[in-house]
Design a protein around this ligand. Structure first.
Ligand code: AVJ
Length: 334
């Protein structure tokens, strides 16, 4: 009996209970801090996923359209830069595939030109993977899809066994939610999980004027506001808190020199919020802000710094027509 308990602990399985404990622990430590903060990864429950789909279609949210344009109009440039050949089998692995909108443009051309490959979307959400798989069966029935549910690095570690050439897609400026030091660690870990000559296609939003960036995080329909405040709704629903969403507001900022869009939730009044699962209350002053997200924007210097200690070399950069967004192609060194 004792042996069994020990074993299950050392295996660290992600049971619903552990996930719940991690969530409540991270909410607690974020709200204990001064200034207060909450991790952006918790935006994405079912409601948050749906709001993010809406964000991607907003007129102000240029990121998705800019990268889609690259995938639609510069597909052959992408294929050349990735050094793909129709006869040489490869694995196309995507980290956090989402709805696959951009990737489908590439898959379409690869299928049409008879490239030999498997498409392996990795996601933590099995729901998202099932939807994507069904959609691809309809739209691109000839593409071989092998979904992989789980943690990126666990899946990549398992895939490292196969000595087939790999192309990793990490699109949508998803890396921008990481601090530069976290991104540096991520890239180092990623290159360690690849074989020499494997390639990474890294999609990032570029540093540009505030008049373009800020509206993307402060849209006129209030979808981004709802997305940000959904974090409080989630804490209410899952941790038994009593955040009054009418007494908090979405507050984004962007500093052109720094190149980081930041989202905050600001308290409109002095108030106290109780979180039952934590058995305690938190005080918020009028005007006090909870930092909920960073969306880093990049340039060549920043990308070079981030990969400096990772075993990658920077090969190519492909831009959309407005030069808002870049897809960088990196090769894992020998
Ligand atoms: C999914 C991380 C790329 O930072 O632009 C959109 C998330 N947050 N609007 C981004 C997001 C607010 C998005 N990423």
């Amino acid at each position: 009996m004792i042996e069994l308990v020990k074993q299950s602990k050392s295996q660290k399985v992600n049971t619903a209970e552990t996930l719940y404990n991690v969530f409540s622990e991270e909410v607690n430590s974020g709200l204990e801090r001064n200034p207060k903060c909450l991790p952006s990864k918790y935006f994405y429950d079912q409601k948050g996923d749906a709001l993010f789909v809406k964000i991607m279609n907003l007129p102000e949210y240029y990121l998705t359209r800019s990268e889609l344009e690259i995938f639609q109009h510069k597909t052959n440039q992408l294929i050349n830069a990735l050094e793909l050949h129709p006869e040489r089998y490869f694995e196309l692995v995507e980290l956090g595939a989402g709805d696959g909108l951009k990737t489908k443009e590439l898959l379409k051309v690869l299928e049409h030109q008879n490239y030999k490959f498997d498409y392996l979307p990795i996601d933590i959400s099995s729901n998202a993977l099932n939807l994507l798989e069904d959609n691809l069966k309809q739209e691109l029935p000839k593409v071989s899809v092998k979904t992989k549910q789980g943690d990126y690095f666990k899946v990549l570690d398992a895939l490292k066994e196969s000595k087939h050439p790999k192309i990793i897609l990490f699109l949508g400026s998803n890396i921008g939610n990481m601090s530069d030091s976290a991104a540096t660690k991520f890239m180092t870990k990623l290159s360690a999980n690849l074989n020499p000559e494997d390639k990474l296609l890294l999609g990032v939003d570029l540093i540009k004027s505030k008049s373009v960036v800020l509206p993307a995080y402060n849209d006129s329909q209030g979808v981004t506001a709802a997305f940000n405040l959904n974090l409080l709704a989630r804490i209410n629903a899952e941790l038994g808190a009593d955040f009054n969403l009418n007494q908090f507001k979405h507050k984004p900022e962007y500093d052109e020199n720094e190149g980081i869009a930041k989202s905050f939730i600001e308290s409109c009044v002095n108030q106290i919020v109780t979180i039952k699962a934590l058995g305690k209350s938190f005080k918020f002053l009028k005007g006090e802000k909870i930092h909920t997200e960073i969306s880093r924007k990049y340039n060549d210097t920043l990308i070079t710094e981030i990969i400096a200690n990772a075993n990658f070399s920077l090969d190519t950069k492909i831009l959309d027509s407005k030069a808002y967004f870049a897809d960088y192609i990196l090769t894992r060194n020998a």
